[in-house]
Design a protein around this ligand. Structure first.
Ligand code: DX5
Ligand code: ZN
Length: 222
């Protein structure tokens, strides 16, 4: 069984003091740094790009999990690799050549991930499953933090889990994750939980409690 990991989304962090905030969250017990890159084209919102990732790279040695919500993605993959991403995920819906994008990420020496939106079936990842280290299932429509979890995605998670089989591939879920729904998400087969609002709410003094609360209910389902 893959380890259960909590990946706070820095979209909900304090952008005015980002490096320190990322550092505080990781010291509070989080496992990965989830980094949401948005272009105002593939998704209806703009966040930040590679220079910001480079600026926070020294905040923690933990894994930088870069979720690209950009189209096209291929021209920028090297920038995101050079900025310090350890894992780079691209949306299956963001372009016509997902196979090429995944090849390019691995050629840069990085772990690769494929992302599917809530309206995309689990079966869509099957043709590229041996090219990825991670499958990310969106449980909200990408673009904004603080949205509600879409329950039909539980079936998608179970479908992806079946496709993964016993391959050493992580299954990540992103959007609307809370301590209340973490158990059902893990029961469906996910092992990496992204959390933005639920991880960062209440400020730095609450980070450890927030991460622990998600982890506790998530682990109860294993
Ligand atoms: C949505 C992003 C998510 C989001 C998660 O486009 O990919 O990572 O910020 O935030 P919450 O947990 O608040 O839904
Ligand atoms: Zn994300």
């Amino acid at each position: 069984m893959r380890p259960l990991l909590i990946a706070p989304s820095i979209l909900s962090a304090d952008f005015g003091d980002l490096r320190a905030d990322v550092s505080a969250m990781m010291e509070a017990g989080a496992d990965w740094v989830h980094i949401d890159v948005m272009d105002g084209h593939f998704v209806p919102n703009i966040s930040f790009g590679a220079p910001i990732i480079k600026a926070i790279r020294s905040a923690t040695p933990k894994l930088f999990d870069t979720h690209l919500m950009i189209a096209p993605a291929d021209p920028y993959l090297k920038d995101f690799a050079d900025a310090g991403s350890d894992l780079i995920s691209v949306h299956l819906e963001a372009g016509p050549h997902i196979h090429r994008s995944l090849q390019a990420i691995r050629a840069l020496g990085k772990k690769s991930g494929v992302v599917i939106c809530p309206g995309t079936p689990a079966s869509a990842v099957a043709p590229v499953i041996d090219m990825v280290d991670l499958v990310l299932c969106m449980s909200v429509n990408p673009g904004f933090g603080g949205q509600s979890f879409i329950p039909s995605v539980l079936d998608t998670i179970a479908g992806v889990r079946a496709i993964i089989g016993d391959r050493p591939i992580d299954l990540e879920i992103d959007g609307g994750v809370t301590p209340e729904n973490a158990a059902s998400i893990v029961k469906a087969g996910a092992n990496v939980l992204v959390a933005g609002s639920a991880a960062f709410k209440g400020g730095r003094s609450q980070y450890a409690a927030n991460v622990a609360a998600i982890r506790k209910t998530a682990l109860s389902a294993r």
